[in-house]
Ligand binder design. Sequence first.
Ligand code: PGA
Length: 265
Amino acid sequence: MRKPLIIGNWKMNTSLADATILATQIKNNIADLDVDVVICPPFVWLYPVAEILEKAPKNIHLGAQNMWFSSQGAMTGEVSPLMIKALAKYVILGHSERRSHFYEDSSLINDKIHAALENNLTPVVCVGEKSKKNHGKKIGRPSKKVAESDLISQLKGSLKHISRNDADKIIITYEPVWAISTTVGSEEATGAYAAEMIKEIRDTLADLFGTPASERIKILYGGSVDSENVREFVFQPEIDGVLAGGASLSAKEFIKICREAAGER
Ligand code: PGA
């Protein structure tokens, strides 16, 4: 089994004071756990959190939640790979909130993944089927067939022209949109369902990069993960860790998620 990786995506939450306390408490409580941890604060808190993590245990790292693909220039409001790599090692790309609210498509996400790899950043690439459309409203889980085809097209589009060597440096997160805690009418996915879909993802990665590479790539699950259900996901052999959103905003809850994932009671 690959060592579990636990990512906290703070999204557009926390004040500077909250971010400082959260990062400090997490840093002080995960050194003894056999998990790797990545915390992803909003851009403006990357620098203060990087300072907090300066002398942190080796198993905690910093990540950004997004990135533009060019190094510098006239891109008002954007943040470049060069800026991020001065502070962080990881970057979340293709999150469903970026895909839906900011109209990011797989081709743009593909450009960002290439840029991250060229800058030695580890891309955490999010893929996941959208909610089913019901009477014009997006709500609930689609059929498995629709989910699989959505997922495979996101994967193939986002990972275009990535070499086998580089494939090893990517982390994939499977996040079905209908299971994200803030999605209207969200439902919880079961561990068995997540494992089944992650197996599909791994098969697609094997088509793209060959079986040995596909077996080395870490694939996480994300969507309403908390300390109560985390074991249902991380103890599935197919699943290498989790990405938590809402539950990563409480130090106590996030540390508990890490403990549970490390197998402690
Ligand atoms: P959630 O968010 O854990 O609050 O469902 C996960 C995500 O969207 O990254």
